[in-house]
Design a protein around this ligand. Sequence first.
Ligand SMILES: [Mg+2]
Length: 129
Amino acid sequence: MAINILIVDDSAVMRSIILKTMRMAGLPLEEIYQAANGQEGLDVLNRHWIDLVIADINMPVMNGEEMIDRMQENSDTKEIPIIVVSTEGSKTRIERLQHKGVRFIHKPFSPEIIRDTVTDITGIGVSDE
Ligand SMILES: [Mg+2]
């Protein structure tokens, strides 16, 4: 099973690092969508089937936490697994996100932590190729 993913980060460089890391980890990816802020992320979610969202927190227009709140208020998107990848240092904020069922990965991250978190949260297998 390959998954459709949405990567939401205001840094295009960070989006491509995350994507490259996921590919190198052998994660089976189907469609890959990208968005530069939470509002763009919600627009993509409205139009496409997404199996996993990888989101930054600090972004202009709409931050990651607000996007997550909107996703969880909407019955179409509330079950989609979310991984936050952020430099966020506030323990309060991290715990608040974890209470919402979101997994948290600190930047900078290792390929292993990305792979293990994605396989754990989605239940997909990793190919050896
Ligand atoms: Mg950012």
